[in-house]
Design a protein around this ligand. Structure first.
Ligand SMILES: [Zn+2]
Length: 248
């Protein structure tokens, strides 16, 4: 029993020593420039393989996590299709399955909004949280906790609209100015199967309208009226137009 533990240990030490010898001997040869260049490159490659083999034998490979669904990007035809409502209560288990996939897709992203079609599932489900402050967006200074909405609808409470910047996980690295209703009322079914409704204004209302647009196959760049007001986030944040809108 003891021998069976010692022998692999001793063998490993010899192997390690051998690699060290190979490392230093090739280093000496290459230092003295005694060998042709092609041969020195080969020795360098051998050393790299040897080091990689040692590393692989000494550490476990990282455990693989469940693969996150890909967030579809602007241009993918699936993003322009309308989503179907869930047939409740029959499809409530499906709601939970889709929601799990959506959470997996946005894991570690913090306060975000996502609609099911953004991961290629054409069903009416959205999730979003509203941050109190945001470096890019004109927020309300009040955070809204994560809300999960099944089969949602909204109606505007007045004709008042406002023009502000927004972005989207399906349009990474870009921003655009979009006109949205300032005050809305939203109704939806919650995870308990109960009908809910709430009023939202300003940034909160903007997020709701943005997410619900995904269910109609509409992405924010399609709503940008002044095409100069659509571009890469870094460039826009440097622009006078953006700074002026933030009161800089
Ligand atoms: Zn979006």
């Amino acid at each position: 029993m003891i021998l069976s533990k010692i022998i692999p240990g001793v063998a490993h030490s010899f192997l390690y020593f051998g690699f060290l010898l190979l490392f230093f001997s090739t280093e000496l040869f290459s230092m003295h420039h005694l060998r042709p260049i092609s041969e020195r490159i080969n020795m360098h490659q051998i050393r790299r393989v040897a080091m990689a083999t040692m590393t692989a034998s000494r550490f476990d490979y990282p455990k693989q996590e469940a693969e996150a669904p890909k967030i579809l990007r602007y241009g993918d035809p699936k993003l322009y299709e309308p989503s179907l409502p869930f047939d409740l209560p029959k499809e409530m288990p499906l709601v939970h399955e889709v929601l799990e996939q959506m959470k997996l897709a946005t894991k570690g992203m913090g306060n975000v909004g996502l609609a099911a079609p953004q991961i290629g599932i054409l069903k009416q489900l959205v999730m979003f949280a509203v941050p109190a402050e945001h470096p890019r967006y004109k927020t309300d200074g009040v955070a809204q906790p994560m809300r999960i909405m099944i089969n949602p609808h909204y109606k505007h409470l007045s004709d008042e609209k406002n023009l502000e910047w927004e972005g989207c996980l399906s349009v990474p690295g870009m921003m655009g100015q979009v006109k949205r209703y300032t005050h809305i009322e939203c109704t939806y079914i919650d995870l308990e199967g109960v009908k809910q409704s709430f009023n939202a204004s300003n940034f909160h209302a903007r997020v709701v309208q943005h997410e619900l647009d995904h269910l109609r196959g509409i992405l924010f760049p399609l709503l940008v009226e002044n095409r100069h007001m659509l571009g890469f986030t870094e460039a826009i944040m440097e622009s006078e137009e953006f700074k002026k809108s933030r009161g800089f």
